[in-house]
Design a protein around this ligand. Structure first.
Ligand code: GLP
Length: 243
């Protein structure tokens, strides 16, 4: 795994966007895997700036998103569908038909998972962006999820709900379940860009790089990926042994 330690969040976002921009220039029908959470927002801002400057186009891009809460309508401000439109899609020329986000409608969940998985299986993601949960989750694959999992419903850990409650009025509004791309799906992407910033991610980064491979810490599988780049800021790198 290639590791970059950026001075700060701005630099982290620039490095991650520059990798994506370079690959987009080489392949205009690239398949991009997007993530939500606060970590990739700066990367998206850099992508929007490059699009505005005429450097890149999303016209032929296909996108897959990692996950979605179950039970929040698409128009809900905290749904990941809403987040992606606000943070990226509304500002670029991506074709709405090429956007794939797992559907969190509890009424048709199994059918929607099947459709999403079929789409995923017939495409290979060129670059998947990933954040890390403080408990080592990737997408919404919580500790204990099988490394060979595909898209599935997951019960969110209480710690994850607590971490994400900052986006809601209070904890009772944070959904208890989500639908997430599986770990096997994530590992099938050709390239992974893993991002972590801030002191609250320092333990997770240490565990990822220095801990053992275990399903109890989902991000530990990422070291096995042949083309993974980890970009962290100095705070997130602060507990690493040889820094
Ligand atoms: C959420 C998302 C993950 C994200 C993680 C970290 O629960 N499902 O995809 O990586 O939390 O979020 P943040 O970037 O806000 O720290």
């Amino acid at each position: 795994m290639k590791v970059y330690i950026a001075k700060n969040y701005d630099e982290l976002s620039k490095i991650s966007a520059s990798i994506i921009i370079e690959d987009m220039k080489a392949k205009n029908d690239i398949i991009l895997g997007f993530a939500t959470g606060s970590t990739p927002i700066g990367t998206y801002q850099n992508l929007i700036a490059a699009y505005d400057a005429g450097e890149i186009s999303f016209k032929n891009v296909t996108s897959f998103n990692l996950d979605e809460y179950i039970g929040l309508p698409r128009a809900h401000e905290q749904s990941y569908n809403y987040f992606m439109h606000e943070q990226l899609f509304n500002h670029i020329n991506i074709d709405e038909n090429n956007i794939n986000i797992p559907c969190g409608d509890p009424a048709n969940i199994e059918e929607n998972i099947k459709k999403y998985q079929e789409k995923l299986d017939s495409n290979v993601i060129d670059i998947q962006i990933l954040g890390i949960g403080s408990n080592g989750h990737i997408a919404f694959n919580e500790p204990g999820t099988s490394f060979s999992s595909n898209t599935h419903v997951i019960r969110l850990d209480e710690g994850t709900r607590q971490d994400n409650k900052r986006f809601f009025n209070d904890i009772s509004e944070v959904p208890k379940e989500a639908v997430t791309m599986g770990i096997k799906d994530i590992m099938s992407a050709k390239k992974l860009i893993i991002l972590a910033n801030g002191k609250n991610k320092a333990n997770a980064v240490k565990e990822l790089l220095e801990g053992e491979k275990t399903e109890a810490f989902p991000a530990s599988i990422l070291l096995d990926h042949e083309n993974a780049v980890l970009i962290v800021d100095e705070d997130a790198a602060s507990l690493l042994e040889d820094i």
